[in-house]
Ligand binder design. Structure first.
Ligand code: HDE
Length: 652
């Protein structure tokens, strides 16, 4: 051990004192260095997206995008680019629970040979507002209320809904935020969207409009709201733990990279403005072409150094990728560097290892807090003769970034385009695209959120606003609130987009956590069932009433992963009562609690051997999504059920 200046330390537990029982001496430079460093360990948290978790990985291209973009990392099929991803919630502070009803950030830094390209995305494809100048208002309304700093990591309060009702461009985003998308099962099971329309520009200088997507290979899945709230108590780190453990176990999260492309000539071919960030390009109209795959395969070594100090910026682009005039994007291009200057303490955060490009970088910028580069030489200006005019800007042909030469001929105005003014059609399209259970979840979410609002006037305004999306939906929420919808606004939009329903997503049993409830004296045929479940890709974990191991009827011992005390039903995807130990009442009681909770959360439930008796006693045998009394076909039947994720048509 040494001090920060390299001096070897001989003692680290006792400060320097005048006598064993005397006062500490000012002279103790080792104590002062250690304590001063500690006193300064915290930096300001991100104003939004404070609660996040990251991982390293790589991106592999399937298909060349040469016809559309000259970006080097999108040219050669099979080429690989290192990436760093940070997932986050938006509203909560750095220590908040991860299962908040919220959008999730999904930021990716591609370390390309032409410099870093950041795709700073969310898991919801639209945004609350259409102009960045409104972002401080949105965030003030969403964050805990200033007079009492409540509630934490939640939008269920008056100021948020007051903002929504008085800023109706938020309607479409709110439909997503009230849907299951806002409570993902896992960061590994959610989509990512660049939200804005960007530009691809090819070698010939021709541009196309592009939207970016991430598609998780495990499908897009969510938990239910009651479960989310309980997970926040039982394991507020649920999402980061899931990501961390999956990567440690070699179950690497994978996402395909998708692009939707619209030719410049078709800019006005749609019934919405393609630059409006409150609109999606329905996948059925503009297909998502999957052009590559990202695999997250390495956890960080140090969360602060990497995940906390990483700095993303939508303005970090490479040649071949450019911006559009989306006013939300334009404002973001200012905000990210500005916030990072204060958060990371000055202008040199690009030198931190996680932010450093993998290609060489040099310019005439110098000095500032925390400068690490030791620039040599006399010259730090351009143009010069003393250093042969280096460093020198290079031409476009040599890889110099040039901005797309869009022709602009306009008056300077503070205004919004008329083409941005339809706030409800796509909100209704989203509603139309939902399955029945998804619709019910949205109604419940609105009822919960507005139920937490104190001001009746806020509730009434929101009901009136969402009657424009769907009158029946608003009326059902009103009924739950003991109110009636004022006004009879109805929307005649009938369009739907099947890609928006999570019932149409990929269904797989892979990596799903199955709690196997086992007591001592279990039937040893169970071991082959466990192997069968593992072979199908699931993650069976033994839960019992004590740590250590459980012993089978013939003396085989099975290591216990968790006990009823340390884990909870809400932390699993499915429950399998493998062998109920009838002799211990605590086992039976706890097993029943696990099963009961899983049942109300629509999860697959199974039993074999003496476990069948427990489900019989609970009266669950024969219910939808409950599989008992068939040990012969158990593995196949139960794995199919686990792949289905939830049994929404179960009456709970
Ligand atoms: Fe951000 N956003 N944002 N945002 N955003 C930040 O930058 C901002 C928006 C997103 O993991 C901040 O470094 C404005 C849309 C993610 O480190 C800040 C506007 C989308 C992250 C900021 C938006 C995002 C941020 C806070 C309205 C989806 C986390 C800390 C115009 C496409 C990045 C920071 C990470 C973070 C500003 C809207 C995504 C304050 C002004 C739309 C994923 O600069």
């Amino acid at each position: 051990m040494t001090t920060n200046h390299g001096l070897k330390v001989s003692e680290d537990e006792f400060s320097l004192k005048a006598g064993e029982r005397g006062p500490t001496l000012m002279e103790d430079f080792h104590f002062r260095e250690k304590m001063t460093h500690f006193d300064h360990e915290r930096i300001p948290e991100r104003i939004v997206h404070a609660r996040g978790y990251g991982a390293h990985g790589e991106f592999e291209l399937y298909e060349s995008m040469k016809p559309y973009t000259k970006a080097k990392f999108l040219q050669t099929p099979g080429s690989k680019t290192p990436v760093f991803v940070r997932f986050s919630t938006v509203a909560g502070s750095r220590g908040s629970g991860e299962l908040a009803r919220d959008a999730r950030g999904f930021s990716t830094k591609f370390y390309t040979e032409e410099g870093n390209y950041d795709l700073v995305a969310n898991n919801i494809p639209v945004f609350f507002i259409q102009d960045a100048i409104k972002f401080p208002d949105l965030v003030h309304a969403m964050k805990p209320e200033p007079h009492n700093e409540m509630p934490q990591a939640a939008t269920a309060h008056d100021t948020f809904w007051d903002f929504i009702a008085n800023n109706q461009e938020s309607a479409h985003m709110i439909m997503w935020a009230m849907s299951d998308r806002a409570i993902p099962r896992s960061y590994r099971m959610m989509e990512g969207f660049g939200v804005h329309t960007f530009r691809f520009v090819n070698e010939e200088g021709k541009a196309h409009f592009v939207k970016f997507h991430w598609k998780p290979l495990l499908g897009t899945h969510s938990v239910v709201w009651d479960e989310a709230q309980k997970i926040n108590g039982k394991d507020p780190d649920f999402h980061r733990r899931d990501l961390y453990q999956s990567i440690e176990m070699g179950d690497y999260p994978e996402y395909e990279f998708g692009v939707q492309i619209i030719a410049e000539e078709d800019e006005f071919a749609f019934d919405f403005d393609i630059l409006d960030p409150t609109k999606i390009w329905p996948e059925e109209d503009v297909p998502v072409k999957r052009i590559g795959k990202m695999t997250l395969n390495r956890n960080v070594d140090n969360v602060f150094a990497e995940t906390e100090q990483v700095a993303f910026h939508p303005g970090n682009v490479v040649p071949g990728i450019d911006f559009t005039n989306d006013p939300l994007l334009q404002g973001r291009l200012f905000s990210y560097t500005d916030t990072q200057l204060i958060r990371l303490g000055g202008p040199n955060f690009h030198e931190l290892p996680i932010n450093r490009p993998v290609c060489p970088f040099h310019n005439n910028q110098r000095d500032g807090y925390g400068r690490q580069t030791i620039n040599v030489g006399q010259v730090s200006y351009h143009k010069n003769s003393l250093a042969n005019n280096t460093p020198t800007p290079v031409s476009e042909a040599e890889g110099g970034y040039t901005h797309y030469q869009e022709k602009i001929d306009a008056h300077k105005v503070r205004a919004r385009s008329e083409s941005f003014k339809d706030h409800f059609s796509q909100a209704t399209m989203f509603w139309n695209s939902m399955s029945q259970p998804e619709k019910e979840h949205i109604i419940d979410a609105f009822s919960f959120e507005l139920g937490k609002c104190v001001e009746k006037s806020v509730r009434a305004q929101v009901l009136e606003m969402f009657a424009h999306v769907d009158l029946e939906m608003a009326s059902k929420v009103a009924e739950n609130l003991g109110m009636v919808v004022q006004g009879t606004a109805a929307n005649t939009v009938t369009k739907s987009s099947p890609a928006l329903s999570q019932l149409n997503t990929v269904m797989k049993p892979d990596t799903r956590k199955i709690a196997i409830l086992v007591g001592d004296g279990f039937d040893e045929e169970l071991l082959s069932i466990i192997d069968g479940l593992k072979a199908k890709g699931a993650l069976p974990l033994i839960v019992s009433d004590h740590h250590g191991s459980v012993t089978g009827a013939n003396g085989t011992s099975l290591p216990v992963d968790h006990t009823f005390l340390t884990e909870d039903s809400v932390l699993f995807d499915a429950i399998y009562v493998a062998s109920g130990d009838g002799k211990t009442p605590t086992f039976k009681k706890n097993a029943m609690l696990f099963v009961q909770e899983a049942f109300t959360h629509y999860k697959p439930i199974g039993s074999t051997f003496s476990g069948d008796e427990i489900l019989e006693e609970m009266g669950l045998v024969g219910q939808i999504g409950v599989f008992a009394n068939d040990k012969t076909h158990f593995v196949d039947t139960f794995i199919d059920a686990v792949a289905k994720h939830r049994f929404w048509d179960r009456a709970v």
